[in-house]
Design a protein around this ligand. Structure first.
Ligand code: GLY
Length: 355
């Protein structure tokens, strides 16, 4: 284990503050964190092979889970809570999650509900989950009616983003995670191109931590984290999730630049910077083939923000990124048409898509 390159980011939320550790080997901080909580036992819920989670230093029960949207259900929350009960877990214990963003989402929600809240420690294993999903306290499961419709804010007691987990990620899954790092360029991290991966994650997490500290419950400022996501979510649905979350956000980020330029909010150079940054990280910069502009507009109209405020996007501008409501549909259509379609990335197949 080497923690020489480890980073620590504090999420400052008063009594609910916690640290996010990022670096090689940081999973081995688990027993120290469990001990610091005074936990008498833990339930480890893991979507990774045995051995991925170090011994926590107190009696532990292991529960296996599968990463993926299909397991993000209220039924799964009930199963987990029953496992917690069978293990004799009380608020004197703790839950540990290990897996991608869908795992941290569903385990986080079970921890929020069981005994009206038990501490949870996340060990995210995908780049997407390390950069975004595991930090900030949003937990959720899906309903047949839509994604993430049932959830709670439940801040973890700690997050251990061990970059060793990322070594075995498939190349496309790695690039997928870079989508959230590319969008971070435009909402506060500045240019992270060429920086070591742990630093890219840590800087993105620090940006998110500052935003969450100022608006934990998404009443305003936290919207900026959804830069590139309005079109991104529409693209995920329109492609049947063949475009992964980070890839879709990458295209949505380029689009945010094009649209902001169309609206006169940024100059051509700043719009071009969006395309350059996304391309640098090896992510798609144009719409995928076979997805109609009208379909995308329809999907974006059903976005939660759009229902209240018309077509709504987080866009860059003279005052930085902000929520822009009621964008005229003809301007949106023109910006979409300025992004000529190209084939989906190689290896495309239906996948789970935490985000
Ligand atoms: N992923 C956006 C948020 O945590 O608010």
């Amino acid at each position: 284990m080497s923690r020489d390159d480890a980073h620590r980011v504090r999420v400052d939320l008063g009594a609910r503050s916690y640290d996010v550790h990022i670096g090689s080997g940081v999973r081995h901080l688990l027993p120290r964190i469990v001990s610091g909580l005074g936990a008498d036992r833990v339930v480890v819920v893991s979507a990774r092979p045995a051995g991925a989670v170090p011994p926590p230093g107190v009696p532990a029960v292991e529960v296996t889970l599968t990463d993926g949207e299909h397991d993000k259900t209220l039924g799964q929350v009930e199963s987990l809570c029953r496992e917690f009960a069978a293990a004799g877990l009380t608020r004197a214990g703790a839950v540990v999650s290990c897996g991608g963003g869908t795992t941290t989402d569903v385990v986080g929600l079970a921890a929020a509900l069981y005994h009206r809240g038990v501490p949870v420690i996340h060990l995210p294993t995908s780049l997407l989950a390390q950069v975004d999903a595991s930090v900030g306290g949003k937990t959720a499961v899906n309903l047949p009616e839509g994604k993430n419709l049932v959830g709670a804010y439940w801040q973890p007691a700690a997050v251990l983003c061990d970059t060793d987990y990322l070594r075995t990620l498939p190349a496309r899954e790695h690039t997928n995670g870079l989508g959230e790092i590319a969008r971070a360029h435009f909402i506060g991290t500045g240019d992270l191109r060429g920086r070591p991966l742990a630093e890219q994650i840590a800087t993105s997490v620090a940006m998110k931590a500052a935003v969450v500290a100022s608006d934990e419950r998404d009443a305003g400022r936290r919207h900026v984290l959804n830069y590139g996501h309005t079109l991104g979510h529409a693209l995920e649905v329109a492609t049947g999730f063949r475009l992964r979350h980070g890839e879709a956000v990458a295209v949505g980020t380029v689009f945010a630049g094009v649209l902001a330029h169309e609206l006169g909010r940024i100059d051509a150079a700043r719009a071009a910077e969006h395309r350059e940054v996304v391309a640098h990280y090896g992510l798609p910069t144009t719409l995928p083939d076979g997805v109609g502009v009208d379909r995308l507009v329809t999907l974006m109209r059903s976005d939660k923000k759009a229902v209240a405020h018309g077509l709504t996007f987080v866009l860059d501008g003279p005052a930085g990124p902000e929520l822009v409501p009621d964008v005229p549909v003809d301007v949106v259509t023109r910006a979409l048409r300025a992004m000529p379609p190209s084939p989906l990335p190689a290896g495309t197949g239906p996948v789970s898509s935490p985000g």
